[in-house]
Design a protein around this ligand. Structure first.
Ligand SMILES: Nc1ncnc2c1ncn2[C@@H]1O[C@H](COP(=O)(O)OP(=O)(O)OP(=O)(O)O)[C@@H](O)[C@H]1O
Length: 194
């Protein structure tokens, strides 16, 4: 079986600094990679290159044809739209069915807030809404930069369930996080950037 993501000979830089050289990775379906490292190590920069948002200095990234989801530090919500409207807008962008929207909000504990303007929500509620987007449009690869920021214990459980189901369905995930992930089994790998 082909890996979902394959990276060879990658060099990543910011400004005039080279952060990573000759980086290689082969990520199979059903695997979650926890990308760790000190502040400034280059986790976000690497993830942006993997997502195709930033060009590498050198090297090649082969991404899944069926696409990927990117979740960066920003939640990407329109504050004036309700949560339902935000997800409807997302569905239109992704050209996917709106049918799973309510279920996605329920799974992130947001059903009762679905008609609230996004700007009126707490930091953790906004992060949950950003994560709910991953469930609306199926994509095999999730690239998530600090997805657990601001989540409470119940939110971490919800995300653990999301990861578990996504891996079971043949997906793969790369997560940067300074905290332990809500998934601890043989499907998880850890990589430390120095
Ligand atoms: N816009 C920028 N221009 C130039 N250098 C930058 C820019 N943004 C970040 N950097 C530098 O690139 C390096 C890597 O930053 P990056 O955000 O990838 O690290 P990180 O491992 O994700 O850090 P953190 O754990 O703090 O989120 C850092 O040394 C940072 O100072």
């Amino acid at each position: 079986m082909n890996p979902l993501l394959r990276v060879d000979g990658l060099s990543v830089g910011r400004g005039d600094r080279v952060l990573l050289t000759d980086f290689a990775l082969s990520l199979d379906a059903g695997v979650l990679l926890h990308l760790r490292g000190r502040n400034g190590a280059g986790k976000t920069s690497l993830l942006e290159v993997l997502a195709g948002l930033r060009a590498p200095l050198r090297g090649q990234v082969v991404r899944p044809e069926a696409g990927l989801h990117w979740l960066g530090h920003k939640n990407g919500l329109n504050g004036d739209l309700s949560l339902i409207e935000n997800l409807q807008y997302w569905c239109a962008l992704q050209q996917c069915s709106a049918a799973p929207i309510v279920t996605s909000l329920e799974r992130l504990g947001l059903a009762r807030l679905r008609y609230r303007a996004a700007r009126t929500l707490s930091a953790g509620q906004k992060r949950r809404a950003a994560l709910a987007r991953l469930l609306v449009a199926p994509r095999p690869l999730w690239l998530l930069d600090e997805p657990l920021a601001a989540l409470d214990v119940a939110g971490l459980d919800d995300v653990g369930c999301m990861f578990d189901q996504h891996l079971q369905q043949g997906g793969a995930v790369i997560v940067t996080s300074h905290q332990p992930l809500p998934l601890a089994d043989g499907r998880m790998r850890t990589m430390e950037l120095s």
